[in-house]
Ligand binder design. Sequence first.
Ligand SMILES: Cc1ncc(COP(=O)(O)O)c(C=O)c1O
Length: 362
Amino acid sequence: MVDLSIGTPCDPPPPEVVAALAGSGTERGYPASIGSTAYRRAATEWLIHRLGAEVDQVAACVGTKEFVATTPQWMKLRRPDRDTVLYPAISYPTYEMGAILAGCRPVAVPTDDQWRLRLDAIDPADADRALMLWVNSPGNPAGQLDDLSAAAAWGRERGVPVFSDECYAEFTWDGPPRSILQAGSEGVVAVHSLSKRSNLAGVRAGFYAGDGELVTYLSEVRKHVGMMVAGPVQAAAVVALGDQDHVEAQRELYRARLERFAKILEAVGVGVELPAGGFYLWARAEGDVASATDAAPDAGGTDGAGSNPATAAWALTDRLAAEGGVLVSPGEFYGRAGSGHIRAAMVAPMESLDLVASRLGV
Ligand SMILES: Cc1ncc(COP(=O)(O)O)c(C=O)c1O
Protein backbone atom coordinates (compact mmCIF):
# COMPACT_ATOMS: atom_id res chain seq x y z
CA MET A 1 0.00 0.00 0.00
CA VAL A 2 1.27 3.46 -0.87
CA ASP A 3 -0.02 5.63 1.95
CA LEU A 4 -0.93 9.16 0.84
CA SER A 5 -3.56 9.62 3.54
CA ILE A 6 -1.55 11.55 6.13
CA GLY A 7 0.71 14.58 5.62
CA THR A 8 3.71 12.96 7.26
CA PRO A 9 6.95 13.75 5.44
CA CYS A 10 8.86 10.80 3.93
CA ASP A 11 12.06 12.59 2.93
CA PRO A 12 15.07 12.92 5.22
CA PRO A 13 16.02 16.15 6.98
CA PRO A 14 19.51 17.52 6.17
CA PRO A 15 22.32 15.50 7.83
CA GLU A 16 23.66 18.63 9.60
CA VAL A 17 20.30 18.98 11.31
CA VAL A 18 20.35 15.38 12.50
CA ALA A 19 23.96 15.83 13.68
CA ALA A 20 22.95 18.93 15.65
CA LEU A 21 20.41 16.83 17.54
CA ALA A 22 23.23 14.79 19.03
CA GLY A 23 25.78 17.52 19.59
CA SER A 24 24.13 20.40 21.41
CA GLY A 25 24.97 19.36 24.96
CA THR A 26 21.60 20.64 26.09
CA GLU A 27 20.26 17.33 27.39
CA ARG A 28 20.75 17.74 31.09
CA GLY A 29 19.06 21.06 31.76
CA TYR A 30 15.42 22.07 31.44
CA PRO A 31 14.86 24.08 28.28
CA ALA A 32 13.17 27.47 28.61
CA SER A 33 9.52 27.09 27.63
CA ILE A 34 9.64 30.26 25.55
CA GLY A 35 12.55 28.79 23.57
CA SER A 36 16.28 29.42 23.66
CA THR A 37 17.63 32.78 22.57
CA ALA A 38 19.25 31.06 19.58
CA TYR A 39 15.98 29.40 18.55
CA ARG A 40 13.94 32.57 18.89
CA ARG A 41 16.56 34.53 16.99
CA ALA A 42 16.68 31.95 14.17
CA ALA A 43 12.88 31.95 13.94
CA THR A 44 12.72 35.74 13.93
CA GLU A 45 15.37 36.05 11.23
CA TRP A 46 13.63 33.47 9.07
CA LEU A 47 10.27 35.24 9.51
CA ILE A 48 11.77 38.59 8.57
CA HIS A 49 14.01 37.50 5.71
CA ARG A 50 11.94 34.74 4.14
CA LEU A 51 8.44 36.06 4.80
CA GLY A 52 8.90 39.81 5.20
CA ALA A 53 7.13 39.56 8.54
CA GLU A 54 6.85 42.11 11.31
CA VAL A 55 7.72 40.30 14.54
CA ASP A 56 7.01 41.74 17.93
CA GLN A 57 7.51 38.57 20.01
CA VAL A 58 8.24 34.93 19.22
CA ALA A 59 8.04 31.78 21.37
CA ALA A 60 8.51 28.04 20.94
CA CYS A 61 5.84 25.35 20.69
CA VAL A 62 6.14 21.57 20.62
CA GLY A 63 5.31 21.26 16.96
CA THR A 64 2.12 23.12 16.16
CA LYS A 65 -0.60 20.54 16.73
CA GLU A 66 -0.44 21.01 20.48
CA PHE A 67 -0.55 24.78 20.01
CA VAL A 68 -3.60 24.54 17.74
CA ALA A 69 -5.33 22.15 20.13
CA THR A 70 -4.63 24.04 23.37
CA THR A 71 -4.70 27.73 22.47
CA PRO A 72 -8.50 28.10 22.72
CA GLN A 73 -8.41 27.06 26.39
CA TRP A 74 -5.75 29.66 27.19
CA MET A 75 -7.59 32.30 25.21
CA LYS A 76 -10.79 31.44 27.10
CA LEU A 77 -8.95 31.97 30.36
CA ARG A 78 -7.98 35.42 29.11
CA ARG A 79 -11.46 36.33 27.86
CA PRO A 80 -14.07 34.27 29.76
CA ASP A 81 -16.81 36.42 28.23
CA ARG A 82 -16.07 35.00 24.77
CA ASP A 83 -16.87 31.40 23.83
CA THR A 84 -16.60 30.98 20.08
CA VAL A 85 -13.73 29.69 17.97
CA LEU A 86 -14.02 30.47 14.27
CA TYR A 87 -12.19 28.27 11.77
CA PRO A 88 -12.38 27.42 8.06
CA ALA A 89 -15.20 25.04 7.13
CA ILE A 90 -12.74 22.90 5.17
CA SER A 91 -9.68 22.50 7.31
CA TYR A 92 -7.28 20.61 9.52
CA PRO A 93 -9.59 18.98 12.10
CA THR A 94 -7.60 20.18 15.15
CA TYR A 95 -9.04 23.73 14.92
CA GLU A 96 -12.48 22.35 15.74
CA MET A 97 -11.05 19.89 18.28
CA GLY A 98 -9.21 22.66 20.14
CA ALA A 99 -12.50 24.54 20.53
CA ILE A 100 -14.24 21.41 21.80
CA LEU A 101 -11.45 20.64 24.29
CA ALA A 102 -11.76 24.19 25.64
CA GLY A 103 -15.52 23.84 26.06
CA CYS A 104 -16.03 26.50 23.40
CA ARG A 105 -18.40 26.73 20.44
CA PRO A 106 -16.64 25.69 17.25
CA VAL A 107 -18.15 27.71 14.38
CA ALA A 108 -17.06 26.86 10.85
CA VAL A 109 -16.60 29.80 8.49
CA PRO A 110 -17.83 29.04 4.95
CA THR A 111 -15.38 29.05 2.07
CA ASP A 112 -15.87 30.26 -1.50
CA ASP A 113 -15.71 28.24 -4.72
CA GLN A 114 -11.92 28.21 -4.44
CA TRP A 115 -11.94 27.16 -0.77
CA ARG A 116 -10.95 30.63 0.46
CA LEU A 117 -12.30 31.88 3.75
CA ARG A 118 -15.45 34.01 3.39
CA LEU A 119 -15.02 36.61 6.12
CA ASP A 120 -18.18 38.28 4.84
CA ALA A 121 -20.15 35.13 5.71
CA ILE A 122 -19.34 35.28 9.42
CA ASP A 123 -22.53 35.93 11.34
CA PRO A 124 -22.09 39.21 13.31
CA ALA A 125 -23.53 37.44 16.37
CA ASP A 126 -20.72 34.86 16.13
CA ALA A 127 -18.16 37.61 15.61
CA ASP A 128 -19.36 39.29 18.82
CA ARG A 129 -18.78 36.06 20.73
CA ALA A 130 -15.51 35.20 18.97
CA LEU A 131 -12.54 34.36 21.12
CA MET A 132 -10.33 33.89 18.08
CA LEU A 133 -10.29 33.19 14.36
CA TRP A 134 -8.11 30.54 12.71
CA VAL A 135 -6.87 30.95 9.16
CA ASN A 136 -4.69 28.45 7.31
CA SER A 137 -2.95 29.48 4.12
CA PRO A 138 -1.73 27.64 2.10
CA GLY A 139 -4.59 25.54 3.31
CA ASN A 140 -4.80 21.92 4.26
CA PRO A 141 -6.53 20.14 2.50
CA ALA A 142 -7.46 22.36 -0.45
CA GLY A 143 -4.22 24.27 -1.00
CA GLN A 144 -5.92 27.66 -1.36
CA LEU A 145 -4.24 30.98 -0.57
CA ASP A 146 -6.33 33.29 1.59
CA ASP A 147 -6.20 37.06 1.83
CA LEU A 148 -4.31 37.22 5.11
CA SER A 149 -4.27 41.00 5.36
CA ALA A 150 -8.07 40.98 5.05
CA ALA A 151 -8.21 38.45 7.90
CA ALA A 152 -5.93 40.64 10.03
CA ALA A 153 -8.10 43.68 9.29
CA TRP A 154 -11.29 41.73 10.10
CA GLY A 155 -9.88 40.77 13.49
CA ARG A 156 -8.54 44.23 14.30
CA GLU A 157 -11.85 45.88 13.50
CA ARG A 158 -13.63 43.56 15.93
CA GLY A 159 -10.98 43.03 18.58
CA VAL A 160 -10.79 39.33 17.70
CA PRO A 161 -7.26 37.83 17.73
CA VAL A 162 -6.44 36.11 14.45
CA PHE A 163 -4.22 33.01 14.50
CA SER A 164 -2.68 32.20 11.16
CA ASP A 165 -1.42 28.63 10.71
CA GLU A 166 1.32 29.01 8.11
CA CYS A 167 3.01 25.62 8.31
CA TYR A 168 2.88 25.19 4.51
CA ALA A 169 4.26 28.67 3.73
CA GLU A 170 7.44 27.32 2.13
CA PHE A 171 5.30 25.33 -0.31
CA THR A 172 3.55 28.29 -1.86
CA TRP A 173 3.32 27.80 -5.62
CA ASP A 174 1.42 30.90 -6.76
CA GLY A 175 3.86 33.69 -5.93
CA PRO A 176 6.13 34.18 -2.93
CA PRO A 177 5.38 32.78 0.53
CA ARG A 178 3.02 34.88 2.62
CA SER A 179 2.49 35.60 6.28
CA ILE A 180 -0.23 37.44 8.12
CA LEU A 181 2.66 39.31 9.78
CA GLN A 182 3.31 41.10 6.49
CA ALA A 183 0.28 43.16 7.51
CA GLY A 184 1.82 44.01 10.90
CA SER A 185 1.75 42.09 14.16
CA GLU A 186 -1.01 43.89 16.07
CA GLY A 187 -3.75 41.46 17.10
CA VAL A 188 -2.35 38.56 15.08
CA VAL A 189 -0.19 35.49 15.69
CA ALA A 190 1.48 33.44 12.96
CA VAL A 191 2.05 29.76 13.76
CA HIS A 192 4.96 27.93 12.14
CA SER A 193 6.36 24.43 12.11
CA LEU A 194 9.60 22.76 11.09
CA SER A 195 7.66 19.54 10.46
CA LYS A 196 6.87 20.18 6.81
CA ARG A 197 9.53 22.75 5.95
CA SER A 198 12.46 20.59 7.06
CA ASN A 199 10.95 17.09 7.31
CA LEU A 200 11.16 17.20 11.10
CA ALA A 201 7.67 16.08 12.12
CA GLY A 202 9.26 13.46 14.37
CA VAL A 203 11.18 15.92 16.54
CA ARG A 204 8.35 18.42 17.24
CA ALA A 205 9.64 21.93 16.59
CA GLY A 206 7.33 24.88 16.08
CA PHE A 207 7.02 28.51 17.02
CA TYR A 208 4.44 31.27 17.15
CA ALA A 209 5.09 34.93 16.57
CA GLY A 210 3.39 38.27 16.33
CA ASP A 211 1.48 40.51 18.71
CA GLY A 212 3.67 41.06 21.78
CA GLU A 213 0.85 41.00 24.30
CA LEU A 214 -0.68 37.79 22.92
CA VAL A 215 2.60 35.92 22.53
CA THR A 216 3.77 36.96 26.00
CA TYR A 217 0.44 35.97 27.56
CA LEU A 218 0.44 32.55 25.86
CA SER A 219 4.08 31.85 26.67
CA GLU A 220 3.48 32.70 30.34
CA VAL A 221 0.51 30.33 30.58
CA ARG A 222 2.13 27.60 28.55
CA LYS A 223 5.20 27.48 30.75
CA HIS A 224 3.03 26.44 33.70
CA VAL A 225 1.91 23.31 31.86
CA GLY A 226 5.44 22.37 30.92
CA MET A 227 5.22 23.06 27.21
CA MET A 228 8.91 22.85 26.38
CA VAL A 229 10.70 22.04 23.15
CA ALA A 230 13.60 19.70 23.96
CA GLY A 231 16.97 21.45 23.92
CA PRO A 232 18.51 19.20 21.26
CA VAL A 233 15.43 19.76 19.09
CA GLN A 234 15.81 23.52 19.37
CA ALA A 235 19.50 23.24 18.45
CA ALA A 236 18.62 21.18 15.39
CA ALA A 237 15.86 23.59 14.43
CA VAL A 238 18.32 26.49 14.52
CA VAL A 239 20.46 24.68 11.95
CA ALA A 240 17.41 23.87 9.83
CA LEU A 241 16.14 27.46 9.88
CA GLY A 242 19.54 28.71 8.78
CA ASP A 243 19.48 26.64 5.60
CA GLN A 244 17.25 27.31 2.63
CA ASP A 245 18.86 24.89 0.13
CA HIS A 246 17.15 21.80 1.51
CA VAL A 247 13.81 23.62 1.31
CA GLU A 248 14.39 24.45 -2.34
CA ALA A 249 15.16 20.78 -3.02
CA GLN A 250 12.05 19.72 -1.12
CA ARG A 251 9.90 22.15 -3.08
CA GLU A 252 11.03 20.51 -6.32
CA LEU A 253 10.23 17.05 -4.99
CA TYR A 254 6.70 18.04 -3.95
CA ARG A 255 6.07 19.96 -7.15
CA ALA A 256 7.12 17.01 -9.31
CA ARG A 257 4.99 14.58 -7.27
CA LEU A 258 1.95 16.87 -7.41
CA GLU A 259 2.23 17.04 -11.18
CA ARG A 260 2.79 13.29 -11.53
CA PHE A 261 -0.09 12.22 -9.29
CA ALA A 262 -2.45 14.75 -10.85
CA LYS A 263 -1.75 13.11 -14.21
CA ILE A 264 -2.33 9.65 -12.72
CA LEU A 265 -5.68 10.75 -11.31
CA GLU A 266 -6.66 12.38 -14.59
CA ALA A 267 -5.78 9.19 -16.45
CA VAL A 268 -8.31 7.29 -14.32
CA GLY A 269 -11.00 9.90 -14.89
CA VAL A 270 -10.55 12.09 -11.81
CA GLY A 271 -10.12 15.74 -12.70
CA VAL A 272 -7.86 17.72 -10.38
CA GLU A 273 -6.18 21.12 -10.38
CA LEU A 274 -2.74 21.74 -8.96
CA PRO A 275 -2.97 23.59 -5.64
CA ALA A 276 -1.88 27.20 -5.14
CA GLY A 277 0.12 25.96 -2.15
CA GLY A 278 0.80 22.96 0.04
CA PHE A 279 1.57 19.38 -0.91
CA TYR A 280 -1.92 17.92 -1.21
CA LEU A 281 -4.05 17.17 -4.22
CA TRP A 282 -7.70 17.92 -3.52
CA ALA A 283 -9.72 16.10 -6.15
CA ARG A 284 -13.42 16.08 -6.84
CA ALA A 285 -14.89 12.60 -6.54
CA GLU A 286 -18.46 13.36 -7.50
CA GLY A 287 -19.39 11.57 -10.66
CA ASP A 288 -16.83 8.87 -10.06
CA VAL A 289 -18.39 5.80 -11.62
CA ALA A 290 -16.96 3.22 -9.27
CA SER A 291 -19.23 1.01 -7.24
CA ALA A 292 -20.72 3.09 -4.46
CA THR A 293 -22.04 0.00 -2.75
CA ASP A 294 -18.52 -0.68 -1.50
CA ALA A 295 -18.39 2.70 0.21
CA ALA A 296 -18.10 3.00 3.97
CA PRO A 297 -21.43 2.23 5.63
CA ASP A 298 -21.57 5.52 7.53
CA ALA A 299 -20.72 7.58 4.49
CA GLY A 300 -24.25 8.89 4.23
CA GLY A 301 -26.31 6.71 1.95
CA THR A 302 -25.91 3.82 -0.45
CA ASP A 303 -28.39 4.85 -3.06
CA GLY A 304 -26.13 4.79 -6.07
CA ALA A 305 -22.80 6.07 -7.30
CA GLY A 306 -22.44 9.83 -7.34
CA SER A 307 -25.85 10.54 -5.86
CA ASN A 308 -24.26 11.39 -2.53
CA PRO A 309 -20.95 13.27 -2.54
CA ALA A 310 -19.63 11.47 0.54
CA THR A 311 -20.50 8.13 -1.01
CA ALA A 312 -18.68 9.06 -4.20
CA ALA A 313 -15.59 10.10 -2.22
CA TRP A 314 -15.56 6.88 -0.23
CA ALA A 315 -16.11 4.91 -3.43
CA LEU A 316 -13.17 6.64 -5.11
CA THR A 317 -11.02 6.04 -2.00
CA ASP A 318 -12.02 2.40 -2.10
CA ARG A 319 -11.35 2.09 -5.82
CA LEU A 320 -7.90 3.69 -5.59
CA ALA A 321 -7.02 1.36 -2.72
CA ALA A 322 -8.33 -1.76 -4.45
CA GLU A 323 -7.01 -1.06 -7.93
CA GLY A 324 -4.01 1.17 -7.30
CA GLY A 325 -2.92 0.03 -3.85
CA VAL A 326 -2.90 3.67 -2.78
CA LEU A 327 -4.55 5.15 0.29
CA VAL A 328 -6.04 8.66 0.13
CA SER A 329 -8.40 10.38 2.57
CA PRO A 330 -12.08 11.06 1.96
CA GLY A 331 -12.71 14.80 2.07
CA GLU A 332 -15.32 14.65 4.82
CA PHE A 333 -12.43 14.23 7.28
CA TYR A 334 -11.86 17.98 6.79
CA GLY A 335 -15.44 19.15 7.14
CA ARG A 336 -18.83 18.36 5.66
CA ALA A 337 -18.36 20.70 2.71
CA GLY A 338 -15.39 18.59 1.62
CA SER A 339 -17.36 15.39 1.44
CA GLY A 340 -17.31 15.20 -2.37
CA HIS A 341 -13.54 15.29 -2.53
CA ILE A 342 -10.51 13.19 -1.71
CA ARG A 343 -7.13 14.38 -0.45
CA ALA A 344 -3.84 12.84 -1.50
CA ALA A 345 -0.63 13.88 0.29
CA MET A 346 2.51 13.82 -1.82
CA VAL A 347 4.49 12.07 0.87
CA ALA A 348 5.71 9.05 -1.06
CA PRO A 349 8.72 8.92 -3.38
CA MET A 350 8.25 9.11 -7.13
CA GLU A 351 8.93 5.36 -7.48
CA SER A 352 5.89 4.68 -5.32
CA LEU A 353 3.73 6.94 -7.47
CA ASP A 354 5.06 5.13 -10.55
CA LEU A 355 4.09 1.85 -8.91
CA VAL A 356 0.55 3.14 -8.38
CA ALA A 357 0.42 4.24 -12.02
CA SER A 358 1.48 0.80 -13.21
CA ARG A 359 -1.09 -0.93 -11.00
CA LEU A 360 -3.77 1.35 -12.40
CA GLY A 361 -2.56 0.64 -15.92
CA VAL A 362 -1.71 4.26 -16.78
C1 LIG B 1 -2.70 22.79 8.78
C2 LIG B 1 -1.84 22.08 9.75
N1 LIG B 1 -1.52 22.68 10.88
C3 LIG B 1 -0.74 22.08 11.81
C4 LIG B 1 -0.28 20.80 11.60
C5 LIG B 1 0.54 20.17 12.70
O1 LIG B 1 1.85 19.99 12.36
P1 LIG B 1 2.96 19.84 13.49
O2 LIG B 1 2.30 19.56 14.79
O3 LIG B 1 3.81 18.71 13.04
O4 LIG B 1 3.70 21.14 13.51
C6 LIG B 1 -0.60 20.12 10.44
C7 LIG B 1 -0.12 18.74 10.23
O5 LIG B 1 -0.44 18.07 9.30
C8 LIG B 1 -1.39 20.78 9.47
O6 LIG B 1 -1.73 20.20 8.32
